[in-house]
Write a protein that binds this ligand. Structure first.
Ligand SMILES: NC(=O)c1ccc[n+]([C@@H]2O[C@H](COP(=O)([O-])OP(=O)(O)OC[C@H]3O[C@@H](n4cnc5c(N)ncnc54)[C@H](O)[C@@H]3O)[C@@H](O)[C@H]2O)c1
Length: 262
């Protein structure tokens, strides 16, 4: 019940999905949590129904907003211990059908948003005596999900950036850890409707169920947001004090399952 007792967290993109589950579990384990999102209605609703959660509207691409968000958090709570760079977006596109504006959108939100979060949280964490940064990557960082080329590239960038931040913090003795989490498919609004988008954007797309080999194989099972939130609590807590620069894959074998190319 008290695994992150007394700690103060910022969780981005927490109006719904994985970020929402992260915020709820962090509060349950004793943290006070600032959630941010573009979605004002969703963020306000979660804060109104959950003591210990406060909502601030934020676009993670906006550097000036990061500055005021961290300043306001320090003024109101006196410290910052945990940052979950969770906000993310996805677009479908293979190497021939990828759209450049959609790539830019993914890189701005997923990669630059994460970079800005680390840049502005680290000084506040130094003032607080240390901290834990958790960057939400994906199995896409190392799986060849060719129908998500830009998403794969952006999540790979998050994984390598995470290691650079971790080493910077370690070498400067900042007592700040930085790790990435790599979820497999999780049942959230992000995934709703994505299969329809495949068929309209990717020609010849073979979902596993359409392949001869996998016709009678078990269907893919999505994980739940809490499957990721438990890992967030572990990385946010002092239980993981010897863990920094790591990639934590939570994906029920999906990265070690043989691809079906038949
Ligand atoms: N769901 C999955 O299968 C899955 C798998 C691997 C990784 N992830 C990653 O986990 C994270 C959360 O995913 P989810 O499935 O909960 O997604 P989701 O789409 O359900 O929720 C994402 C939230 O981020 C917010 N957001 C989007 N752009 C933003 C911006 N510019 N500024 C602030 N907030 C913004 C959205 O409003 C939304 O509330 C993402 O980084 C995603 O890439 C998800």
């Amino acid at each position: 019940m008290n695994r992150v007792d007394g700690k103060v967290a910022i969780v981005t993109g927490a109006a719904r999905g994985i970020g929402r589950a992260d915020a709820l579990l962090l509060v349950q384990e004793g943290a006070r949590v600032v959630i941010t999102d573009l979605d004002e209605a969703g963020g306000n609703a979660l804060a109104a129904s959950t003591p210990g959660i406060e909502f601030f509207k934020q676009d993670v691409r906006d550097e000036a907003r990061w500055e005021t968000l961290v300043k306001d958090t320090m003024e109101r709570y006196g410290r910052l211990d945990i940052l979950v760079n969770n906000a993310g977006v996805i677009h479908v596109g293979d190497p021939l059908t990828s759209d450049r504006d959609e790539w830019r959108h993914m890189f701005e939100v997923n990669v630059e948003g994460t970079m800005l979060g680390c840049k502005h949280a680290i000084p506040a964490m130094i003032t607080s005596g240390g901290g834990s940064i958790i960057n939400m990557s994906s199995i896409a960082a190392k799986s060849g999900l060719y129908f998500f080329t830009g998403y794969c590239a952006s999540k790979g960038a998050i994984a390598s950036y995470t290691k650079a931040v971790a080493v910077y913090c370690a070498q400067n003795r900042l007592n700040i850890r930085c790790n990435s989490i790599h979820p497999g498919g999780i049942d959230t609004p992000m995934n709703a409707g994505i299969e329809q988008e495949f068929s309209s954007r990717i020609s010849g797309m073979r979902l596993p169920a359409q392949s001869p080999v996998a016709a009678d194989a078990p269907k893919m099972r999505y994980g739940e947001p809490n499957d990721i939130a438990y890992a967030v609590v572990y990385l946010a807590s002092d239980e993981s004090k010897f863990m920094s620069g790591s990639e934590l894959y939570i994906e029920n074998t999906s990265t070690i399952t043989a691809a079906v190319v038949a």
